[in-house]
Design a protein around this ligand. Sequence first.
Ligand code: NDP
Length: 425
Amino acid sequence: MAIAESDLFGGTCVNVGCIPKKLFSYAAHFREDFEIARGFGWNVGTNEAEPRFDWATLLANKDREIARLNGVYENVLKKAGVEIIRGRATLLGPHEIEINGKKHTAKHILVATGSWPTIPQIPGREHAITSNEAFHLERLPRRALVVGGGYIAVEFASIFNGLGVQTTLAYRGASLLRGFDKELGAHLAEEMAQKGVSILLNANPSRIDQQSSGLKVSFESQAGGEFDLVMFATGRKPNTANLGLEKAGVKLAADGAVIVDKYSASSVDSIHAIGDVTNRINLTPVATAEAMWLAKTLFRGEPTAIDHDNVPTAVFANPNVATVGLPEEKARERFGALDIYKTSFRALKLTMTGKKERSFMKLVVDRASQRVVGAHMIGPDAGEIIQGVAIAVKLGATKAQFDATIGIHPTAAEEFVTLREKAAP
Ligand code: NDP
């Protein structure tokens, strides 16, 4: 068993994704936490300059933690008896690979090369960065523009805003987080705007010009603006270029993704692919699950098809968004009649502060079977809360079974078992 790695162990998630992003997100939340603390009697500085944030300290501490994790991953591989080959692998055929000019053969080849952020082909795109670079900025900009309306865009806009950067988010569509329940996008935009992010909808940059005072960004259909940093979070592309996949006979989709069946098998018997490179559901725990299912299929004699149903997910914007199951719109297409339950409230923790932030929760219930087919939330710790709810949804729990569950008081999570009023259709 061998692994070829040309970069750091841990891939996108550990190095330039989930982990450092969440660390940055924690850092960004402290601004509000200090404000909230005042309502509880804490003195956290008396002038504007206090408490103070130091980007260089955050960056150095983050880099140290990521280096530790790189080491942990390497040790896990070594302990499992995996031969580590440092270098970029290219396929020469169904069982043959070349790394650093040396040929190797393998009974099975697994492609798990991930994806890479993309920037649209507009003039001046070379002045913009992606999330890859955002993790290593020498200094924080004064004014930042984040382009996109998906996971990375709303997460980074929230991070920059929390760290004191004057932040603008420009999204080409009418509502953030396309593909999620529509109410989530609308509620999130409102809350992010309340917290100070300037949100431009139906706005798409058409060119970027470097000027002495900053980056001038022109938009397709509205007035432009000037920024010190422009970050594109406009999607990611599977890493399949120059891997020799076509030469080995592996079929690729138009977007470059490896085409696989429900057992993660490519068009070549000996070659499988998992994770972002297959562009199915691009989340770390999904890739990990795909790996476990594949290990069972190939090495335990238990063919195990992928199960992409009811995958919970969280967007670590401020406030957090989390969801499992179907958005109302999709559930309506699939089931027809639905019962919708929802609530919006100010969290107890905010009641002694000037904060107006409202949490939002919604259950989507198939009227015929009474099964809860979607649970959606915006608010503090939404990811932590939805993870538990996801077990019930995955098991096919009914609304009556949610109702029969006793709440934990006082929490926000208890709202999911105390929703009694159906929303008007
Ligand atoms: P997403 O696909 O989530 O969002 C891309 C955004 O960019 C969409 O709003 C899209 O608009 C917009 N866009 C796409 N192309 C263009 C273009 N040419 N011009 C202008 N806007 C464009 O991708 P991300 O890059 O945010 O993240 C990639 C993936 O990584 C996510 O989908 C997710 O699977 C994963 N991820 C998961 C995280 C988590 O679990 N918390 C965190 C970060 C990433 P439109 O909607 O109109 O298509």
